[in-house]
Design a protein. Structure first.
Length: 152
């Protein structure tokens, strides 16, 4: 029992240290340009890709505000091929540095067109260099919002 208590204290200390080094933020995005390509398979199911550019306004947990621009390329996945209906890769650049994100996204919801995404970020330059992060995103009609967490 004593070993279990020591392990729990150790695990709590490690977890607490990791949380203290994480940098969280929320963001709002606006799509600026979009180009769509695609077609239909013989069975009638559609496939396609899209390239977009846009901007993001980020608010960090300490209240600091930053902006960034992004370029994204996404493709639809074959039916029943993946957990996600779309895979998207984005490059983002701002004064604080640059990163790339791999997104997995759902099919737009019938009626509302809402898309839900989960992302995994990889830092390239600046404060993100060598860091990894996770993100969530909800978007509709070229606008979206989300959360992010960088392991700093």
């Amino acid at each position: 029992m004593n070993k279990l208590i020591k392990f729990c204290i150790f695990a709590t200390a490690i977890t607490g240290a990791n949380v203290a080094h994480a940098q969280s933020y929320v963001f709002q995005t606006i799509q600026k340009t979009s180009e769509v390509v695609g077609g239909a398979r013989p069975d009638g199911t559609a496939f396609g890709g899209q390239m977009t550019t846009g901007t993001a306004e980020n608010t960090w947990q300490d209240g600091k505000k930053t902006t960034s621009t992004h370029t994204c390329i996404g493709v639809s996945m074959p039916p029943n091929d993946s957990t996600y209906n779309f895979r998207i890769v984005c490059d983002s650049t701002g004064a604080e540095g640059s990163s790339s994100t791999i997104w997995g996204c759902t099919e737009p919801a019938k009626g509302s067109g809402t898309v839900l995404c989960t992302g995994w970020a990889f830092g390239k330059t600046g404060m993100y260099a060598g860091k990894r992060g996770t993100m969530t995103f909800v978007g509709i009609d070229g606008k979206g919002s989300g959360t992010g967490n960088w392991a700093m």
